[in-house]
Design a protein around this ligand. Structure first.
Ligand SMILES: NC(=O)c1ccc[n+]([C@@H]2O[C@H](COP(=O)([O-])OP(=O)(O)OC[C@H]3O[C@@H](n4cnc5c(N)ncnc54)[C@H](O)[C@@H]3O)[C@@H](O)[C@H]2O)c1
Length: 425
């Protein structure tokens, strides 16, 4: 059993802390947000994440998990120090390392002799060295251990990962970090820090590319009259391709893919390689937001300003309450700009959205479509599949559906007199 400080209790830090506690380690999670720490100490989980609440309660009860304010408070008594702080997109596209550097500076003086600092935040190549320089401690090792969890299935992904990647130039430190995962059944790969950092960005950029590719295929399907659902099935049976990340949609987003794809392009540029492929991946995605918004405008007719639509789904994907860089908000933003009145429902969002004050967030899917000309589905929440279409028809003014996730029953809608437009079919 090891002692682990986790710095930052966001989606990654809280999951990391709760899962390590579940695996039997003694974990102290730190955050700068005092209110968050107080709530977590009472067992209140600030995010929607399946299975996380149970693990946090279990950890608090067993004494394996506690929460404190300030990184130094957590690190002073621990052997391992996981940095799980944000690395947002900086002005020039490169990842902003200021949170990481600040956290490293806060723990530098209190780290016990021989301890290991671990970068779990997604950080550009060379960041392991940057953290080492900020720490200025020859008796402390810095290791890269990137995180691959997906929001919505974060706990399961952490406990049952496809692989654990550890990057270090200090083999003994790498072996000690590998030991933390001894109860996890997954290949553990030890490499140098720069390769570990590159693996994380390359993996995210590849997944983003796969999504842009299938969205482009969906657009092709619309042009030639193919059904993208069948095309995806036929492609996905091929093991070399696989079925994952082949679902067309309104464009991709979230807290990681956009910033990591842009950051990888910048890393390449700084290193003298023009990774123009990634620029195209990003361009296709922007175009997909435009195309989805245009489908709604087409359904509204020649004078969309002042007309009302009902939106189902605001989060960047189902199973999370995360709205960061949500494709739904990208599309809604474009429609609001055209003067469209938008009412939206999402099972995980109850508050108004600060960046789009014109958007009305309501607490029922039926209220969202009341008086609407068009129903627009933008997030793939399973609940939306089973809603009462007669009630929807009763509430709506118009009879148009734009299903940007291809999850509604188009035949059932057409039987009720709706026009149906999906993506790629
Ligand atoms: N969210 C994901 O799905 C995901 C997946 C893999 C990797 N990552 C990467 O992990 C990192 C964290 O992402 P996240 O989504 O968990 O971020 P987040 O914004 O949800 O959480 C970060 C937390 O760190 C805290 N914090 C900031 N500075 C601190 C400090 N000095 N001391 C203590 N706490 C501090 C913030 O208050 C916040 O609670 C990023 O680099 C991200 O790219 C995220």
């Amino acid at each position: 059993m090891a002692t682990i400080a986790v710095i930052g209790t966001g989606y990654v830090g809280l999951t990391t802390g709760a899962c390590f506690a579940h695996l039997g380690h003694k974990v102290i999670c730190a955050d700068i947000d005092e209110d968050k720490v107080a709530r977590l100490s009472r067992g209140e989980i600030p995010i929607v994440e399946q299975g996380l609440e149970r693990l946090v309660h279990e950890g608090i009860k067993s004494g394996n998990l506690r929460f404190v304010v300030g990184a130094a408070e957590a690190s002073k008594d621990c052997e391992f120090h996981y940095l799980c702080v944000p690395t947002p997109q900086g002005e020039d596209g490169a990842a902003d390392l200021s949170y990481l550097q600040a956290a490293a500076a806060q723990i530098a003086d209190v780290l016990p002799h021989g301890s290991v600092v671990v970068n779990k935040s997604t950080v550009p190549v060379g960041s392991t060295e940057v953290v080492g320089r900020v720490l200025g401690r020859r008796d402390v090792s810095v290791v890269s251990n990137p995180e691959f969890l997906r929001e919505g299935t974060a706990v399961d992904d952490f406990l049952n990962p496809d692989r654990v990647v550890i990057g270090s130039s200090d083999q003994e430190a790498a072996i000690r970090v590998a030991g933390l995962y001894s109860k996890v059944r997954a290949p553990i790969m030890v490499t140098d820090p720069i390769s570990a950092e590159t693996i994380k960005y390359a993996a995210n950029a590849f997944l983003a590319s796969k999504l842009s590719f299938i969205n482009a295929v969906a657009n092709l399907c619309e042009a030639v009259g193919a059904d993208v659902n069948d095309v995806v099935l036929g492609m996905g049976y091929d093991h070399r391709i696989g079925k994952e990340f082949l679902h067309p949609g309104p464009g991709w987003g979230g807290s990681c893919f956009p910033k990591d794809t842009i950051a990888l392009a910048k890393i390449a540029e700084d290193a003298g390689y023009d990774f123009s492929f990634l620029r195209e991946v990003l361009r296709v995605n922007d175009e997909q937001f435009d195309r989805t918004a245009q489908k709604v405008l087409d359904a509204l007719g020649p004078a969309p300003a002042g007309k009302r639509i009902g939106v189902w789904g605001l989060t960047f994907k189902a199973g999370t309450d995360d709205l960061r860089m949500s494709p739904s908000l990208e599309v809604i933003g474009r429609l609001v700009k055209a003067g469209v009145l938008v009412h939206a429902y999402d099972p995980a969002v109850k508050e108004p959205i600060g960046s789009i004050p014109e958007l009305e967030v309501v607490d029922s899917p039926y209220v969202a479509v009341r008086g609407a000309e068009v129903l627009v589905v933008l997030t793939e929440w399973d609940d939306f599949r089973w809603l009462d279409l007669d009630e929807v028809a009763e509430q709506m003014e118009g009879r148009h559906v734009v299903d940007a996730r291809n999850i509604l029953d188009s035949h059932a809608l057409k039987r009720r007199g709706f026009t149906y437009r999906g993506i790629g079919r």
